[in-house]
Design a protein around this ligand. Sequence first.
Ligand code: NAD
Ligand code: MG
Length: 389
Amino acid sequence: MSENQKKHIAILGSTGSIGTQALEVIAANSDRFQVEVLTAHSNADLLAEQALKFKANAVVIHDESKYKALKDRLFDEGIKVFCGRDALAEVVEMETIDLVLTALVGFAGLKPTMRAIAAGKQIALANKETLVVAGELITKAAREKGVNIYPVDSEHSAIFQCLSGEFHNPIEKIYLTASGGPFRGMSLQDLKSVTPAQALKHPNWDMGAKITIDSASMMNKGLEVIEAKWLFGLKPEQIDIVVHPQSIIHSIVQFEDGSMKAQMGLPDMKLPIQYALGYPERIKSDFPRFDFMKYPQLTFEKPDYKAFRNLQFAFDAMQKGGNAPCVLNAANEIAVKEFLAGNIGFLAMSDLIEDCLQNVTYIAQPRLENYFETDSETRAYASSKISSL
Ligand code: NAD
Ligand code: MG
């Protein structure tokens, strides 16, 4: 492939779990993909290393204290260096970018994702929080701009893969599979005393800290339900969760004739990342292959809504609509941060989220600026409650 036939990619959050795996995929397929922009929060050393290895055109570092040293290191190599939140939102508009992989974590993804869509860039979306917060605005903007949003989340990639060749056929319902996380089977009583260190040990996936805690509290699945609603245009009653501890079946679509299609494979995020970057092609890979004899039993269970209250909160926030999912997300971001810092217990995370959903100002039809207000109000309210939990 000649240089200008390659897909030119910006990775927001290139130093994280998804970002580094995306770079592995790109390194293995350098005939197809060219790195254009890389960004990170504060790991300037890794960002510089990546920029030099992949000959990036530009980088953005969020942490201003790291800017000067990074610029000194990359300037002579002809790599542009920017810093700060506004730069992140601006850099995605660069003319040379074809596709933006949103692999940063949390609400911080909203602004750059909106700007990338407005600039007509294709999106490979890992940053599910953005779609949870503002799914209606984002999917509307993408439709208007003719921008495709390719899911990177493994469950949503599975649904997307099952829908290939079926886009004219209505979906009856989807089943999102959930591993159940490290605390599957535990009661509320058991969950009282679990620690951050225990919550950070996921049985099947190696991921960033925030999503690992979300998996332990089942909030990750709650966020994914809302993500699926927007990605696939579903009603809440068309989305179900099934616990599948082996994480081999990544999700299932049921059509109106009763037929079900599932996508399966070993749990490895490189596959959905590669599918999103390479769509519509399946690129040959050397990822390890599934062996049936190593998994003689694939099992399924009902999710426990009593022990994992976050699941119900997510369904409730989705039903309520408006800015409720934005409140859910911001409250959860604060809850996870405070749990990881050892300031609140595991179950207090759900108490905090419930409190925020009941007390933060409800807006039925939010505009973009309302999401920023709701996010700030929720964070301030949640932070003020920490000492009483
Ligand atoms: P991570 O913590 O490993 O990496 C996050 C990246 O974003 C880092 O490069 C960090 O520097 C950057 N970043 C963090 N906060 C930022 C901010 N405020 N401004 C700018 N940059 C910032 O996270 P991850 O596990 O790679 O997850 C990234 C996203 O992908 C999340 O939304 C997560 O839910 C989603 N996701 C991850 C996985 C996985 O396997 N890790 C699977 C499915 C979905
Ligand atoms: Mg997932």
